[in-house]
Write a new protein. Structure first.
Length: 204
């Protein structure tokens, strides 16, 4: 699952999570990765949350604006985990891995929200992530999301950037492009050398 968060600071334990978007992924009939379902939530600051004015000035979010239609963290966590578990069941998987651009940041805030919500049926791996920043540096020679998308031939509107839903959709597009490109270049499925295959057969 690909996610992006907008927050009221940099500390996942003390600062408010204000917005999150999530895109689930699936394999199509051709064995290529593609976007499936998109979820988006404005989130109410948890009780006692710290809100850094510099963060609010940057993302332009008014945490207490009634027009945001914000929901409690518990509801957000429940809905995202429910959608992920449904996809896991369909794919026969036991754990999902969070994908994000600078994944440690987004993963940290989302897992902190799950902990605060005291949600028990967590479908995500507790620490493994796929970081599209690193993947883009390797495959496209650039770490910035906007530039990596352009190098991949994907449209990117800087005016829309830094909204959770836009950044998540673009990160998902970029991740799918990189995974599918790797497959097209022969990266997977892995074909073992003939000698290794013969050795495996002889040990049976």
């Amino acid at each position: 699952m690909v996610i992006d968060v907008e927050t009221a600071g940099f500390n996942s334990r003390t600062d408010a999570l204000l917005e999150i978007a999530a895109v689930t992924l699936q394999m199509n009939e051709d064995g290529e990765l593609e976007k499936d379902q998109t979820l988006h939530f404005h989130v109410k600051p948890f009780e006692g949350a710290n809100i850094e004015q510099s963060a609010i000035d940057f993302n332009g979010i008014d945490p207490f604006c009634a027009l945001r239609g914000a929901v409690d963290e518990v509801e957000m966590v429940k809905e995202i985990c429910k959608a992920v578990r449904k996809g896991q069941k369909a794919a026969g998987c036991n754990r999902s891995v969070i994908v994000a651009h600078n994944a440690a940041f987004d993963h940290g805030f989302f897992m902190a929200a799950i902990e605060r919500a005291r949600y028990k049926r967590i479908p995500f791996h507790p620490f493994v992530t796929f970081d599209t920043t690193s993947f883009a540096a390797l495959t496209l020679g650039h770490t910035v999301l906007a530039e990596a998308c352009k190098r991949a031939g994907l449209d990117f509107d800087n005016k829309e950037a830094h909204s959770a839903i836009y950044d998540t959709e673009k990160t998902a597009d970029l991740f799918c492009f990189m995974v599918n490109r790797y497959k097209q270049l022969g990266g997977w499925p892995i074909e073992l050398p003939e000698a290794a295959t013969e050795q495996d057969d002889s040990s049976e």
